[in-house]
Design a protein around this ligand. Structure first.
Ligand SMILES: [Zn+2]
Length: 596
């Protein structure tokens, strides 16, 4: 008898496990397979996504916000979408309340070691840094001192020199495979083993897209740091976003702008030619960034070069072998640039006043062509719009595309769009200069510059369209195939998406996870309580060698993955547009909590 009871209990336990892993079937979603097949056929057999990607990453690149090429890329996207028959296609300016004072381009870069043995130095000037005064030559000197006390030893010795600003880094071999797809086990772990604390859609600082999530508090935790904590400490780092960085940070230096600025100011006062820095990943790869708020009048020429050339120069200097570098760098500033996003629509029918949005960011960093970050998000979403138009499938709601500017400087374009159309926050009044911050005051000062994901922290102000948006879908995790979707803690959307991915399982889409992912424009929607989602994408080589590096080019795009991504985005837009109800929403973000 006892044995039987044990086996009954075991059976019940097994059934409970089985029930918990079976897809939930609660919402009875209507899926028109005829239309889905039309979309899949157009997307997978008549795809234009790679041709679009070539235009955007070969011809209209790089697309640093505020540069003339950003505008040319926008003009191209607008013309293309008009050609397809989209409506209301336009550049939509945003209010420049973020201190985006100047655009910048690097127009010429030449750098070479000329003695003792000539060799070229590939590299990229840090954004918003000035060029050289024509062709200049100077000896290289390695200065790792970071404090003004230590730098004092160099006083009077640096005039006309190129400064190597950090120790020569060690470059490890690639011992592990750098390109990977999610295994089914890994995807299952995302779905069935979410770390606790996800239900409020808060991605803790330090989380990267797709990484396991650390428990987040359900309510705002008491501020561990004083309210006047340095801005750098408030910026989450879900993905290795190039936040405005000092022109030439010392290796491992995390002192923020203050220390690096003081160091650069010392170099400038000493009359150096410029600074060189590198990234420890080696293999010819380096990442780029820049500080849009840097004052051109007090900024030095700064160049990022590969670890290999940096190391060769540094090791020769260590042997007391003098190294002379020649350079000619020309860069241009563009005061008061136009700041805008690009939008376009496919009009709906009986629910045309309600909206489904697709998007990615049009701007890019400049060491390469931004093919994957986020050219491929832009072209996949443009292609999704083309597919929906070309198939002629009926759309009850209006489908709108948003191509965002200045994502790389802190999601500015999407955040300003959301503020203008749906809901935004007014910055609270800044404390008077010198006054101690009020206890518990939001850390971001009004009008604070320098980017970051934060934005203002004041109360939400709602716009009429707030009630009209069903959902926003974003692609900005590189070229990898879509394998599912992050719910951003929105439990109610889970059963819907689980039914929707049924026709996509054969394309590898299997997973709906309660986890959230961060670091890009869906956060601008999610942060004000709107359903903003990003897809789970295969990693491919994205974080290893592509993201913000000099290798982010067309060659790194995977055509089959791109075709899938556009098709899947089109299916999600189609199903969202035609669903009887809008996608359910999470509870509103807690007052004063930064939208992430
Ligand atoms: Zn991006």
């Amino acid at each position: 008898m006892k044995k039987n009871r044990v086996s009954v209990l075991a059976l019940v336990a097994a059934m409970m496990v089985l029930l918990s892993i079976l897809p939930l079937r609660a919402t009875n979603e209507v899926i028109n397979y005829t239309d889905i097949n039309k979309i899949k056929t157009e997307g997978m057999q008549r795809s234009q996504v790679m041709e679009l990607s070539s235009w955007l990453s070969d011809v209209y690149a790089p697309r640093l916000m505020g540069s003339p090429m950003y505008t040319k890329a926008a003009d191209w996207a607008i013309a293309k979408m008009k050609e397809w028959g989209l409506v209301n296609v336009k550049a939509e300016p945003w209010v420049n309340r973020n201190g985006f004072d100047r655009g910048w381009t690097n127009d010429k870069y030449y750098m070479e070691v000329v003695s003792p043995e000539p060799f070229p130095i590939p590299g990229t000037p840090t954004a918003w840094t000035p060029g050289t005064n024509g062709l200049v030559r100077g000896e290289a000197v390695l200065v790792t001192a970071t404090t003004l006390e230590d730098l004092a030893a160099y006083k009077g010795k640096l005039k006309g020199k190129w400064i190597l600003t950090q120790a020569v880094p060690d470059v490890a071999a690639y011992w592990t495979v750098i390109s990977k797809r999610y295994t089914l086990d890994e995807l299952a772990a995302m779905e069935f083993n979410p770390a606790p604390g996800l239900e409020f859609g808060v991605t803790p600082p330090g989380q990267r897209a797709g990484a396991p999530i650390i428990a987040a508090p359900a309510a705002p935790a008491p501020q561990a740091k004083p309210a006047a904590a340095p801005a750098a400490a408030q910026q989450p780092a879900q993905k290795p976003q190039a936040q405005p960085q000092p022109a030439a940070p010392a290796a491992g230096q995390r002192g923020g702008f203050g220390a690096a600025n003081a160091r650069n100011e010392f170099f400038r006062a000493e009359g150096v030619l410029g600074t060189l820095s590198t990234a420890p990943r080696g293999h010819g790869i380096y990442t780029i960034g820049g500080n849009r708020a840097a004052d051109p009048a007090t900024t030095l020429p700064a160049v990022v070069i590969p670890a290999e050339q940096y190391g060769r120069i540094g090791r020769m200097l260590a042997k007391k072998v003098p190294v002379t570098i020649e350079a000619d760098i020309k860069s241009t500033y563009y005061p008061n640039p136009q700041v805008f996003n690009v939008v376009g629509e496919l009009p709906g029918t009986d629910k045309a006043d309600e909206i489904v949005m697709l998007g990615g960011h049009l701007d890019s960093w400049h060491a390469a062509t931004g093919a994957a970050d986020d050219g491929c998000g832009v072209t996949a979403m443009m292609e999704a719009m083309r597919i929906l138009k070309a198939t002629g499938v009926k759309l009850r709601r209006t489908v709108r595309i948003g191509l965002w500017g200045a994502e790389e400087q802190g999601l500015i374009g999407s955040r300003e769009y959301v503020a203008a159309h749906f809901a935004g926050r007014q910055a609270p009044a800044a404390p008077a200069a010198g006054a101690p911050p009020a206890a518990g005051a939001p850390p971001a000062a009004a009008g604070q510059r320098g980017g970051g994901f934060g934005g203002p922290l004041g109360p939400l102000e709602f716009k009429p369209e707030y009630d009209k948006l069903s959902a926003y879908y974003n692609i900005d995790n590189g070229t990898g195939a879509i394998r599912g979707i992050y719910l951003q803690g929105n439990d109610a959307a889970g059963p819907i998406f689980r039914e929707w991915i049924e026709p996509l399982r054969g394309m590898g889409v299997t997973t709906v996870t309660i986890r959230n992912t961060g670091g890009t424009d869906h956060q601008s929607f999610d942060g004000v309580g709107l359903p903003g989602f990003q897809f789970i994408q295969d990693e491919t080589e994205y974080n290893a060698i592509i993201h913000h590096t000099n290798l982010d080019t067309y060659e790194r795009l995977q055509p089959n993955d791109m075709m899938k991504d556009a098709t899947i985005a089109a299916v999600f837009a189609y199903l969202t547009a035609n669903r009887e109800d809008k996608i359910p929403r999470k509870p509103l973000p807690i007052q004063g909590q930064r939208g992430r």
